[in-house]
Ligand binder design. Structure first.
Ligand SMILES: [Zn+2]
Length: 309
């Protein structure tokens, strides 16, 4: 839903000016089809999310599918609805294992099973997103899976912007379950601010590590936050100077060809390249990937309140 406060906050002068261009950015949604959320069933979520994307003329986005969700007719029709609407569909394994905790052979079998189960859907792309962004340790295992992807013509569906939108969603879910009231406008504003902060953070890292702003890919999840607030997020990104692009365009960036040597991959491609450029991993932190900071921020914004307060 549109945040009127957000639009009003731009004011007549700012609204008349074009923002300073910042770069290009694509959206990706992991773990589809996810279970029911604090607000919607899966079917309802897909309808709202698709309508929200249409309402702001979003370019195609990509859904990385955890294919065990295709066990149900509801899951299958939801993924089909995303694909039929022109969005892109790619592989996120069948059951979402950690590569570091799984044998290479078993992991590769998960990738193959997911590819098979996605067969026949329109708008498929040969991209694979590592669950938890875990590209594996030790090196031999990482390299075995990289080789298997290459053999299959699959490419790493990396992110450049990491954030814990799933944690915001889990706090929302917990608040609803414990009977707290939710200020939807405040929740949407906090979500947008956290994600925009993550975009700024990783873009700054990229400027340091690469000397340029790459085509970005934001990590989001197919959750109720996305359904409810993706239009606000897109409006805010555009107001900040970002051009929304298709993941096809984003993965055409030359950073897609780089296979980072570092094992520190869990903050995505820009995080890995920053570490490789000599940035101390401990300094590679920001609010959007700190659970305690997210929780404190939502409290500070009075997103949740108890009825007797
Ligand atoms: Zn995932």
């Amino acid at each position: 839903m549109f945040g009127l406060a957000l639009m009003a906050g731009l004011g007549p002068i700012a609204a008349a000016q074009e923002p300073t261009p910042r770069g290009r950015i694509a959206l990706s949604f992991d773990d589809a089809p996810r279970g029911p959320g604090p607000l919607y069933s899966g079917t309802e979520r897909a309808e709202v999310l698709l309508a929200s994307l249409r309402a702001v003329n979003a370019p195609p986005v990509v859904f990385f599918v955890k294919t065990e969700g295709l066990d149900t007719e509801e899951g299958r029709s939801r993924i089909r609805a995303y694909a039929d609407a022109g969005h892109l569909i790619a592989n996120h394994t069948n059951s979402h294992p950690w590569l570091s905790r799984t044998d290479a052979d078993a992991y590769i079998a998960e990738i193959d099973l997911a590819e098979t189960r996605l067969d026949g859907l329109p708008n498929r792309r040969p991209w694979f997103r590592f669950p938890y962004l875990d590209q594996g340790t030790p090196l031999e295992k990482r390299d075995a899976v990289r080789a298997a992807l290459t053999e299959r013509g699959l490419r790493n569906g990396y992110v450049t912007v990491d954030d814990y939108d799933w944690y915001i969603e889990s706090l929302w879910q917990a608040a609803v379950r414990s009977g707290r009231q939710v200020d939807q406008a405040a929740l949407g504003a906090a979500y947008v601010e956290i994600i925009l902060g993550a975009v700024d953070f990783y873009d700054a890292q990229a400027l340091t590590a690469l000397g340029r702003s790459p085509a970005h890919v934001i990590l989001l999840h197919e959750n109720d936050l996305a359904a409810e607030f993706i239009d606000e997020l897109i409006v805010a990104l555009r107001a900040a100077g970002w051009t929304l692009i298709s993941p096809d365009e984003a993965y055409a960036d030359s950073i897609a060809a780089i296979e980072p040597e570092t094992l520190m991959t869990r903050q995505g491609q820009v995080g890995a390249l920053a570490v490789q450029a000599g940035i101390e991993p401990a300094t590679l932190t920001h609010r959007a990937i700190e659970e305690a900071q997210i929780e404190a921020f939502l409290e500070e914004r009075h997103v949740f309140s108890s009825p007797d307060h």
